[in-house]
Design a protein around this ligand. Structure first.
Ligand code: CUO
Length: 652
């Protein structure tokens, strides 16, 4: 159970994040920093960032409060990093907390919340602390303008309300048939948190926290996001998404119908719009970067800044390419390979006002919290993903020896029917109305439809000639294409979604391994509302109840409810795959069962400076070419036909 120290910290972090546009209304916090000058406190591991931040603050050159913060904007980001580093370098909780309270009322709100969130996710003394869900901190980024307007009305008239929200667009726009995915608050939250756990601006050496296989995770997590998007598309009889081309028109436009708190509507993009050069980012650059990356892939070498040739071998190649394409601080040569992915986000975000003539705010593509709302997000990432695929396809297919696990056999797999449905989900709008501080809060919620699935359990019947520690990798893929003909294994390979990955003992002889959908290493459960959490914490502080802490708590993780694609109401034929391998041969860390790391390992890797627990390529064994099912399947693998049925009027 949580001790008083932890509970106080948990309470204080929530208080810092919520209603950040209002002046801090916790008088005890305000009093704490009345005479506080962080730059002379002398309590930082390195005092440079806070000194620089104070200097800019006093000179009034920082991004003003109320302005929109964009992580992709160099100056915005650099200021945010100074604040983040001040938080990270604070030697004790007291210094960190005071600095945060000080910054809360002085630094741009967006920069503050971002820096604070990343700091909480990385400080030792914040382990286990839960951040409010992004959709509660910034409801504006997650709900339609209409909902915001109704929420205001509710508060002005002091009438509690539940506001129904529809997905944007109409049935006439096929891309929006799957808006339930791109607009899902849990998906957006997962994506935003992935980028907080693995920031492209992370200076591992300076911060003393390594991010093991970060470039590969960038590839794999986004690859899986697209595979899942494509699976949803096929569920709705839509073709797989096409990669974006910087030279062609973007056929489908996008009207986000969301509004910034201040600064107007998110810009829209009409149909058949072209890319345009921006002041600092040119279309030609994107073509050059793409060409150079392709060249590096085909030569299986990249150039580094100091003229070395770094091999793109089977072990490190994908990690290097990830760093290079995103790019992250570890990019081997950013001047040459550029900033393909990040710049493309900005090009798309500013496509409607490339010259800044109309002073439009940043587009949804310029925030990780909102990017997946735009179907162009998936097109851009498909372009990037195809480059990764080009590299993977040049690697030799896995040999029998790499695939098999002698003596270990999968005999059968029991798995029931898979059922999906829509259900209501309420988003607390408390924070959306933080500029009406003179009025008491009323309960206002936005009610959205979200996909969910019935929980399922499966049983894998095993036979082994000895006791082994085995790694299980489970994938799901569509079975038939749009013409109802079967995909070949090599065709469907890039569209397989990972469902689970775990390590367990398998005893000698026959045995059955059970696993529940809720245990999946891909997902995390929904968060409870911050209001409820805060109440619990306050009760626990008063000794009225106890609260348990999970020090490995992750915020990054695909939403549990989206573990399965929607499927079809007539039943969609899919195939499930499992491969069982010898964990002793692939384990990295000494503790064989310490494989969990907060439970969302598959897409979110490992944080806290730990090593990724196994040596296999992410996506193994489907990351490389497969000639045929016959060549591929060994006794330690199993595949089975299953059906995903979407129930229209589901009561459970
Ligand atoms: Cu996650 Cu482009 O990397 O959005």
């Amino acid at each position: 159970p949580a001790d008083q120290d932890f509970l106080t910290r948990q309470r204080d972090v929530i208080r810092l994040c919520m209603k950040v546009h209002e002046h801090n209304h916790y008088q005890e916090q305000v009093d704490l920093v009345k005479d506080y000058d962080p730059s002379v406190a002398g309590k930082f591991k390195d005092v440079t960032p806070i000194k620089r931040l104070m200097k800019y603050y006093n000179a009034k050159t920082l991004l003003p409060r109320g302005d929109i913060f964009s992580l992709f904007h160099k100056e915005h980001r650099e200021e945010m990093i100074l604040l983040f580093e001040s938080f990270l370098f604070a030697q004790d909780w007291d210094t960190f907390f005071k600095t945060a309270v000080w910054a809360r009322d002085r630094i741009n709100e967006g920069q503050f919340v971002y820096a604070l969130s990343v700091a909480v996710l990385h400080r030792e003394d914040c382990k286990g602390i839960i951040l409010p869900p992004a959709y509660e901190i910034y409801p504006h980024m997650f709900v339609n303008s209409e909902v915001i307007n109704s929420a205001y009305k509710a508060k002005m008239t002091q009438t509690p309300a539940i506001i129904h929200m529809n997905f944007t667009g109409t049935i006439r726009n096929p891309d929006q048939w799957i808006a339930y995915l791109g607009e899902d608050v849990g998906l957006n939250s997962h994506h935003a948190h992935w980028h907080m756990d693995f920031p492209f601006w992370w200076k591992a050496a300076e911060y003393g926290i390594e991010k093991d296989r970060k470039g590969e995770l960038f590839y794999y997590m986004h690859h899986q996001m697209i595979a899942r998007y494509d699976f949803e598309r096929l569920s709705n009889w839509l073709h797989f998404v096409e990669p974006i081309s910087f030279e062609d028109e973007i056929e489908h436009g996008f009207y986000p119908q969301t509004t910034y708190r201040v600064g107007g509507e998110f810009p829209a993009r009409p149909d058949n719009f072209h890319f345009h050069d921006l002041e600092h980012i040119k279309i030609k650059d994107m073509l050059d970067y793409t060409r150079r990356i392709k060249e590096a892939i085909s030569k299986q070498k990249v150039r580094s800044k100091n003229g070395e040739k770094i091999p793109l071998d089977a072990v490190h190649g994908i990690d290097i390419l990830g760093d290079l394409m995103e790019p992250s601080v570890e990019s081997p040569h950013e001047d040459y390979y550029g900033s393909l992915h990040n710049d493309a986000h900005v090009l798309l975000g500013q496509i409607t006002d490339p010259l800044g003539k109309f002073d439009l705010p940043p587009g949804v593509m310029e925030h990780f919290e909102t990017a997946t709302r735009d179907p162009a997000f998936f097109r851009l990432h498909k372009h990037i993903d195809n480059l990764f695929k080009m590299y993977k396809d040049l690697l030799p297919p896995y040999t029998k020896a790499e695939l098999e696990f002698p003596g270990v056999k999968v005999l059968d797999w029991e798995i029931g029917n898979l059922v999906t449905y829509f259900e209501d989900f309420d988003i607390d709008m408390l924070n959306a109305l933080d500029d009406t501080a003179d009025l008491p809060d009323v309960d206002v919620k936005a009610r959205v439809q979200r996909l969910n699935h019935e929980p399922f359990t499966w049983a894998l019947h095993m036979e082994s000639d000895k006791e082994v520690t085995a790694a299980f990798r489970v994938f799901l893929g569509p079975k038939k294409d749009w013409y109802e003909s079967d995909f070949t294994i090599n065709e469907v390979r890039p569209y397989l979604i990972e469902i689970d990955k775990f390590v367990t003992k398998v005893v000698a002889g026959k045995s059955v391994i059970h696993r529940k959908s809720s245990e999946s290493s891909v997902t995390i459960p929904d968060r409870e509302t911050t209001k409820v959490l805060l109440e619990k914490v306050e009760h626990a502080l008063e000794g009225k109840e106890t609260l348990n802490v999970n020090k490995d708590e992750r915020h990054c993780g695909y939403p549990d409810r989206l573990l399965l694609p929607k499927g079809r109401n007539t039943g969609m034929p899919v195939q499930i795959y499992v491969i069982v391998t010898d964990f002793e041969k692939e384990k990295v860390n000494d503790l064989p069962y310490d494989y969990d790391y907060g439970g969302s390992l598959s897409y979110c890797g490992v944080v806290g400076g730990h090593k990724y627990p196994d040596t296999k390529a992410m996506g193994f064994p489907f990351d490389r070419r497969i000639y045929s099912r016959e060549d591929f399947f060994t006794d330690n693998m199993y595949t089975k036909d299953v059906t995903i049925t979407f129930k229209e009027n589901h009561h459970h």
